[in-house]
Design a protein around this ligand. Structure first.
Ligand code: MRU
Length: 355
């Protein structure tokens, strides 16, 4: 087991900067194997995002930022034309890695702003600025998760049994997690919290990643297949639902892992609060409503089987949308680093941005 330290550090270092390269835990092979893969260019990082070595909205944003920083360092000895062209390509390849999580585009925008502001400098200075910004995006994410964790922890009563879907933990962020960050923060305040983890078909982020994170920290966790949530709610075994988000629209609609919408409908039916943990980097001020959020469609093989084992009838047609939209009306509250937004709507959300 990994040793966890309380305070700002968590033992799960989803991404880490080591001697000029980015290392990321290979989340495709957890929990069977715990190993890091090393990255030295934007193209490699984009492939790491696309293939789910790293996943989870804030972690994808951080990885993309480091991808741009790596590209600038890789091109340091190139002439200006090659440097500029390489940077443009780096941004493009990262922007097309996955479509739904807005943190990716949010982080790339920040990196673009820094590049634009420093184009007159030497390539070495530009590379230093890009790396400093990537580190800042990373540190901010941990700080924000800690802040929203504290807000969310206050909403959970001692003894709460909390259902979560997918993995919105340290593995999905720079550290601490969003939904699991709230649970961690509640536990740190002395509350006894137990977690019910949906396995999260088809990629099994709940069974493989959430369960693993909670077991590491001895936070009681019970794994269920996704189709068991309604039954447990009807038996009075769930007190709250806390999930993360990939993109929140201005009207409060939430894009999150496929199956989240089903959980939200069930929670409403059973009068169970449905909380969405989301840093402001996950809210898209340019997206008026959920219907316009691009939903990634992934490979049929994720549904017909897992890894080498394929169990579905050969020749069957398959749909594999990776995310769904939970309408704002089903969201009891958004939990952000700036506070709690109950029954979110456009006015309350824009207030978070000072508008
Ligand atoms: O396909 P994934 O694993 O990247 O999807 C992840 C989720 O849906 C998470 O709930 C979301 O990104 C929030 S992570 C803090």
């Amino acid at each position: 087991m990994l040793g966890y330290a309380h305070g700002l550090n968590t033992a799960v270092e989803t991404l880490r900067w080591r001697e000029g390269s980015l290392e990321m835990i290979d989340q495709r092979v957890l929990p069977d194997r715990f190993e890091y893969l090393s990255y030295t260019s934007a193209t490699e990082v984009a492939e790491g995002i696309r293939s789910m070595v790293v996943r989870g909205a804030p972690a994808i944003g951080c990885a993309a930022a480091y991808g741009v920083a790596l590209e600038s360092a890789r091109l340091i000895h190139a002439c200006s034309e090659v440097f500029d062209a390489g940077m443009e390509t780096g941004f493009e390849v990262l922007a097309t890695s996955r479509p739904t999580a807005v943190n990716l585009f949010w982080a790339l925008n920040r990196m673009q702003t820094v590049w634009d502001a420093n184009r007159h400098r030497s390539k070495r200075e530009i590379a230093d600025c890009m790396l400093a910004e990537a580190h800042e995006i990373f540190s901010e994410d941990v700080r924000n998760n800690r802040a929203l964790g504290a807000y969310g922890a206050a909403l959970l009563s001692d003894g709460a049994r909390v259902l979560t879907h997918c993995n919105a933990g340290a593995l999905a962020t720079a550290g601490h997690g969003t939904a699991l960050g709230i649970i961690r923060s509640a536990v740190e305040t002395g509350k006894s919290i137990s977690v019910i983890a949906d396995e999260t078909r088809p990629f099994l982020q709940g069974a493989r990643l959430t369960a693993w994170e909670m077991v590491q920290e001895c936070i009681p966790v019970t794994l269920i297949a996704d189709n068991m949530a309604g039954h447990l709610m009807s038996c009075g075994e769930i007190d709250a639902v806390v999930v993360g988000a990939d993109r929140v629209a201005v009207n409060g609609d939430v894009a999150n892992k496929i199956g989240t919408y089903m959980v939200a409908v069930l929670a409403q039916r059973h009068n169970i609060p449905f909380y969405v943990a989301c840093p402001l980097s996950t809210i898209d001020p340019g997206m008026p409503e959920g219907a316009a959020i691009p939903i990634e469609e992934r490979s049929a093989m994720e549904v017909t089987g897992f890894r080498e084992c394929q169990w579905a009838a050969k020749g069957v047609q398959v749909r594999n949308p990776a995310f769904d939209i939970t309408p704002a009306g089903l969201v009891t509250a958004l939990i952000t680093e700036k506070g709690i937004v109950s029954w979110p709507n456009a006015e309350k959300i824009m207030r978070l941005f000072g508008v």
